[in-house]
Design a protein around this ligand. Structure first.
Ligand SMILES: *Cc1c(COP(=O)(O)O)cnc(C)c1O
Length: 245
């Protein structure tokens, strides 16, 4: 006979304390908030894709979200994503991974190999490197152009007034599969004018995907036309500060 299970000690603290967020419950709450925001603006829940931002979070948390039905994830660093996602992609072949952080040209090969969507195309040199890599491998992750809607000097992204010329290079000359735009509004600004500007630019350029809105403002993003919202802390819990971001 196997030894009897020890009685669970009701006073024992879990090894990870109380910090482990109830991911399935958070996901349900997020999905209904997304649906409510969509319906309020005359849209449907299916029009909005939740990109679950799992940067700094361990693979076990990502698996909990996968088990709860989430399939689209976002990471901001190529190297970190490479430590977590190849295995998860084997377990869940329909998993889709978005790159939402800056991409260095020397990581283009790795990024094209791993990511399904690259949301942060922001300069001609990177556009050329991506085009070469896609040509070489035949893998063609969808591309969003990051727009610096706040025209912040230290922030990545194409200036709004340069977008049309840049799109002509990236999509028309280089043949990149550019499908939409992404922005990160300045932290000190209300986000709505930035989201409205991004939507206007996308319409003018004939682009259909709009990645805008994070934990604090995804409902505003949806109201202004977001097709993708990038939500991290509201799903996985607060993050420890990350170097360099
Ligand atoms: C971290 C990050 C997010 C998610 O932010 P939360 O406030 O945790 O939802 C979204 N977009 C980008 C580009 C990020 O780097």
């Amino acid at each position: 006979m196997p030894p009897a299970e020890p009685e669970p000690d009701k006073n024992a603290t879990r090894p990870d304390g109380d910090a482990d967020p109830p991911i399935a419950a958070n996901l349900r709450a997020l999905r209904s908030a997304i649906e409510a925001a969509a319906i309020q603006s005359g849209r449907q829940a299916e029009d909005v894709t939740l990109v679950a931002v799992s940067k700094t979070k361990p693979a076990a948390m990502i698996e909990a979200a996968l088990e709860a039905g989430q399939r689209v994830f976002g990471e901001n660093r190529v190297q970190e994503a490479e430590t977590k996602f190849p295995t998860l992609k084997t377990l869940y072949p329909d998993l889709l991974l978005h790159l939402i952080g800056p991409l260095q040209t020397n990581k283009t090969q790795n990024a094209v190999a791993l990511f399904d969507v690259i949301e942060t195309l922001d300069r001609p040199k990177l556009a050329r490197a991506l085009a070469r890599e896609m040509e070489k491998t035949g893998r063609r992750p969808h591309i969003l152009i990051q727009v610096n809607t706040g025209e912040e000097p230290q922030k990545a992204g194409i200036a709004p007034q340069e977008l049309e010329d840049f799109l002509a290079l990236a999509r028309d000359d280089l043949g990149l599969p550019v499908v939409g735009l992404m922005c990160i509004p300045p932290v000190e600004d209300p986000p709505a004018p930035h989201f409205a500007l991004l939507a206007k630019l996308a319409a003018k350029c004939g682009l259909t995907e709009l990645s805008m809105g994070m934990s604090a403002d995804f409902e505003t993003g949806i109201r202004l036309g977001a097709t993708h919202v990038r939500v991290g802390s509201a799903l996985f819990g607060a993050r420890a500060p990350q170097m360099g971001t």
